[in-house]
Design a protein around this ligand. Structure first.
Ligand code: FES
Ligand code: FES
Length: 275
């Protein structure tokens, strides 16, 4: 039986407005079930039964109890609608939230139809087949998803893909000197340094580490400062000391603890870049 079968008919007394079923819930549930013959308002037998019940309650001063029951019934109807109507709502949402976006990644532009709420990380991995960028925490805490936007480091899990439209995006796949590197000479200086200095173990954090190290070296060359620069008093184009490297790379976590070799790799790449 429909949970809305006890809807009062027009012939019934109306309970207090403060105790009646809110109009919005009423229309919400009845419109979702339009056409169902089980609705109490369309069922003479049920109507008669409910009028009788209503009369009894009225005689004993229990109208409030009837209203309470109606409220529970209406709440159940709303819950049922939400439970069974959810897939339809979800489908409608997908349509509403879809949009077209053009992303320029590693020099190549691609237009995609995406959910407007998708992160840049998921767009890269799930829709552009660029799986070099890794998902670690998906919360901006590990740095595995680091990419460059206009040369600056960004956690792609925290950025909406649509917010990156029009920007130059660089991922790990775009760092090498050639599109299909075959030898260490084909890699970028930082990639080569990570290989030479064994700057990884499982390699999961490595794409983010390499992207971050690439930006670290560029930032240092531009004379950008870190907290270590201020603490050490080296505020005029500071050298990329080990402390500077550790500080500037501190947003990239390595669960394997390959930090000593990562620092060595960044140091070597920075020296090569400044040589
Ligand atoms: Fe983005 Fe961890 S996956 S910071
Ligand atoms: Fe394994 Fe860094 S090399 S997480």
């Amino acid at each position: 039986m429909s949970p809305y079968a006890n809807k009062p008919t027009s012939g019934e007394p109306t309970p207090d407005a403060s105790e009646s079923v809110p109009d919005d819930i009423s229309s919400f549930t009845s419109s979702s079930q339009s056409g169902e013959s089980t609705c109490g308002a369309l069922n003479p037998e049920l109507d008669a039964g409910h009028s009788e019940e209503f009369g009894e309650l009225e005689r004993h001063g229990l109208l409030t109890e009837l209203s309470r029951r109606r409220f529970i019934q209406a709440s159940s109807a709303a819950a049922a609608f939400l439970a069974f109507g959810q897939p339809l709502l979800a489908g409608a949402q997908e349509t509403v939230n879809a949009g077209s976006v053009t992303l320029k990644v590693n020099g190549q532009s691609q237009t995609l139809e995406l959910d407007t709420r998708i992160s840049l990380l998921d767009a890269l991995r799930e829709h552009m087949d660029l799986t070099g960028t890794k998902k670690g925490c998906d919360h901006g805490q590990c740095g595995a998803c680091t990419v460059l936007i206009e040369g600056r480091r960004v956690n792609s899990c925290l950025m909406l893909a649509f917010a990156a439209e029009g920007a130059e995006i660089t991922t790990i796949e775009g760092l090498a000197k050639t599109s299909d590197p075959k030898a260490i000479e084909d890699l970028s200086p930082v990639q080569a340094a990570f290989l030479t200095h064994d700057g990884y173990q499982c390699g999961y954090c490595t794409p983010g580490q390499i992207i971050s190290a690439t930006a670290t070296i560029t930032e240092q060359q531009k004379g950008e400062l870190s907290i270590v620069s201020w603490q050490s008093g080296q505020i005029d184009r500071p050298e990329l000391s080990d402390d500077e490297i550790r500080e500037r790379m501190s947003g990239n976590i390595c669960r394997c603890g390959a930090y000593p070799n990562i620092v060595a790799a960044v140091r070597a790449a920075a020296k090569g870049a400044s040589a």
